[in-house]
Design a protein around this ligand. Sequence first.
Ligand code: HEM
Length: 341
Amino acid sequence: MDLEKTVNLKKCPMHMPENWEPPVPAFSADIAAGSRAVSLYIGIQRPSSESLEALNSIIEAVDLPNYDLASFTDRAGHKNYVCIAYFSSSTEHVQWEDSSGFTKWWEDDVHLTADYGLWVERYAFEPGQFETLISSPDGFEGVARQYGESVGPIREHAYWGGMEDRIPNSAPGVLDPTVSEMPKATPSETRGKRLVVKGPKNLCLIRSGQDLTSVKADELAEYNKDIEPHLSAGLAFLGENPQTGCFESRYMTHCNAQGQAIAKTFGMQVFLSVSHLQRWAQFHPTHLAIFNSFQNMAMQREGQFDLRLWHEVAVMDESDSYAEYINCDPMTGMLPFRHAL
Ligand code: HEM
């Protein structure tokens, strides 16, 4: 175990039980060695085959350094196809926007009257304000791909509060919500318009992923029967209950450029604060059902399974989250909360 690097995660873990030895290994990206990464979500809502093709040509033309494609059905029932582009620094991201032709395409008024909606959401990851966790170190997912080496096995996991302990800047009160009350969702019309939403300080983003690409048939059948229904129910619960502090809950599936599914899924949620996320994870029956069904499977298989789990959790400063919606359904993403942010 690389203890030096483990210590980098947090000098004084607040929640770790004394003499803690985690029952299973887990790893993290070496965030301390990296800079401020950026994830840019470029989404098309209600895509036709022509508009999908047009977006794919843009994705090809703008020479993205590193990206995933995924799709999901949003809360209004619309299909969305999303390119998630990763940049290793804000400088790399800004240079790419200026030089790639993306900004010219994005600002084209042709989108205002199109039969599709377009949106971008941009999140910046300040090294002291995020953490990643993966169950095996062979290949990172999500923004962690921007941070070469893995760290671990780490000690800061497998107990409630491990997430906070892995965020270097977390300390009592520091990452608390800055909006006193979760605003009510109010539809915001964007037909023929561009609307911008900027998240409040300490907004919290989580992506929680399930890689099933190496899972064999018997384990897959078990996963689909015993775990996935709980995952699907938990993510739907969050989407339908903003009083939990959850602005947006998406259940996304990786796909290829033709929109065909790949056996990797993830939840992507935006919360008012990390403590709202923590509360749901630790106490709500929907996450506990996911958690327990996974523990049962792991126990029955005596730790021998091929499902890979990962997550990234980031807490944003004021300028770290930005969203813009064109011609989208009024309940898309952060739009319904625009009036209060
Ligand atoms: C199949 C899906 C999932 C499984 C099997 C799963 C399982 C787990 C496990 C085993 C842990 C403990 C991790 C550790 O520290 O070693 C955990 C923690 C956590 N999970 Fe999940 N989970 C899933 C989905 C989700 C989703 C979709 C979310 C968020 C929307 C989520 C939020 C969290 C959070 C925030 C923690 C950290 C809690 C803390 O450290 O206090 N999980 N989950």
